[in-house]
Design a protein. Structure first.
Length: 163
């Protein structure tokens, strides 16, 4: 079974991500992450007990909007290192739509981005096959102090009390 980083631990991934061009009947008896477009087109017909959705970087998070908390998991696709639109999608889900479930980075997030993804509210990371998950896990703590506010720290450094 593949492994991911979830809430600061390396764990087995029990979810199956369906491809963007998926059509037909979703397989029963498994935890599925459906493409957002498929969910939007079939949300009144889907009768699965637990599903998640994934948003591609070129899709608008507003399409899910207030329905975000219907899902235990929302994944955001990072198709390449240079495509940073997923960072904004993560912040919008956490801050505007107050999403409380698992927010997972999928596609091609890499070790250099994980600390910043965590700051945007991501708490799970599905890295490429063969990635060094131990090194990636360590990168979540690359910096001990942050200056700006973010999804993981509401106050900037100058407003925090000295400890």
């Amino acid at each position: 079974m593949p492994k991911i980083i979830n809430k600061g631990q390396i764990v087995e991934d029990k979810w199956t991500i369906l491809p963007k061009n998926f059509s037909g009947e979703p397989p029963a008896g498994t935890l599925l992450i459906l493409p957002m477009k498929f969910w939007l087109e079939h949300k009144d017909d889907i009768r699965l007990p637990v599903i998640g959705v994934w948003i591609d970087s070129d899709e608008e998070v507003e399409a899910i909007g207030e329905d975000a908390n219907l899902f235990p998991l929302i994944a955001v696709n990072f198709p390449s290192f240079t495509d940073g639109r997923g960072f904004s999608i993560g912040r919008l889900l956490r801050e505007r739509y107050e999403f409380t479930g698992q927010l997972r980075a999928i596609g091609n997030p890499n070790r250099d981005q994980l600390f910043y993804l965590k700051r945007c509210g991501f708490d799970a990371f599905d890295l490429k096959e063969g990635a060094n998950l131990e090194a990636a896990l360590a990168s979540l703590n690359d910096f001990s102090i942050t200056y700006q506010n973010a999804a993981d720290q509401s106050d900037p450094l100058f407003r925090r009390k000295e400890e």
